[in-house]
Ligand binder design. Structure first.
Ligand code: ARG
Length: 291
């Protein structure tokens, strides 16, 4: 199924946008809490409403399904509250699965838990990595290129490991602001040729790389970045992002996208939003566990 934007819904002429159905993996925040602090957003002293987190998460899942995407769910493991951030569980391109190896011991058990799901669900090419990488939180695919973050979590040596495993060119980008510790908190892929990002989250050299690669990119204001507006998922037409990112929502509409504002404020207390809760199973078949 493909969904095309009605021309009248676009305020400016631009490329016709088409949504491609995706297969996604998510993890229900049943055991979600903030009991430790591994990024500046997490404050264990602040109460978390797990029931509200579940409601917000269900709405995100239902929105994906209503757009024609397929959502698989992985069983949450008690004692792994950050497992809800499925983007970090692995990286999947062309049906190949690169496991995640976490920097903090609080999350290390998530790597094997996710890989176990992949081996039980028909994925055959799976690599347990040598170097630290935090999955699709730091590996983002734009067309045939992979943008790879480092600076806080993923080891730059994992970039070479990913390039070798996937056979895709990997461009390393260095993050500098601790608030934007994974690449997917500072940059979102909108289409196979377009991204939006927060320049201040990157080192000057990485900023220059982004400017050269994407001269027409949408750049976020500090205010939109601070509500996790860049933690967005795009299917090529529909862009799901935090509803508080009003500036980005307007810019996306101008570019012919269909922005859909989501309320994931409870999950923001752990330092994540839409994209963090979503792992795209790129290249895996769309329905059924065996493919
Ligand atoms: N509390 C988690 C951590 O600090 C949040 C992960 C957010 N995930 C993401 N893909 N940015 O690791």
């Amino acid at each position: 199924m493909t969904v095309t934007a009605a021309p009248e819904s676009r305020t400016a002429p631009g490329p016709a946008r088409t949504a491609l159905p995706r297969r996604l993996l998510m993890c229900r925040p049943e055991h979600f809490e903030v009991s430790y602090r591994i990024n500046p957003w997490m404050d264990p002293a602040k109460p978390v409403d797990t029931a509200l987190a579940l409601t917000q998460w269900e709405l995100l899942k239902e929105t994906y399904e209503s757009l024609g995407h397929t959502v698989d769910v992985i069983e949450p493991v008690p004692g792994l509250p950050d497992m809800v951030y499925a983007a970090n569980g692995a990286t999947v391109f062309d049906g190949k699965v690169l496991g995640a190896r976490f920097r903090h011991r609080e999350r290390t058990a998530e790597g094997p838990a996710y890989l176990d799901w992949f081996s039980r669900n028909g994925f055959e090419e799976i690599l347990w990595p040598e170097h630290i990488n935090e999955g699709a939180g730091d590996f983002l695919r734009v067309g045939g290129t992979v943008l790879a973050g480092s600076g806080f979590r993923t080891d730059p040596r994992a970039h070479a490991e990913a390039q070798e495993f996937f056979g895709l060119p990997v461009v390393g980008l260095t993050l500098t602001d601790p608030d934007y510790y994974h690449l997917d908190t500072a940059l979102a892929v909108l289409s196979p040729t377009e991204v939006m990002y927060h320049p201040e989250a990157f080192t000057p050299g990485s900023r220059e790389v982004l400017r050269r690669m994407f001269p027409r990119a949408v750049t976020a204001t500090a205010a939109d970045a601070a509500v996790f507006g860049l933690n967005a998922f795009s299917d090529g037409l529909n862009v799901l992002l935090p509803e508080a990112a009003t500036g980005l929502i307007a810019r996306l509409r101008e570019r012919g996208f269909n922005p859909l504002g989501m309320d994931l404020t409870e999950l923001l207390k752990g330092g994540g939003s839409v994209k963090c809760c979503t792992l795209e199973l790129h290249g895996a078949c769309l329905r059924g566990p065996s493919w």
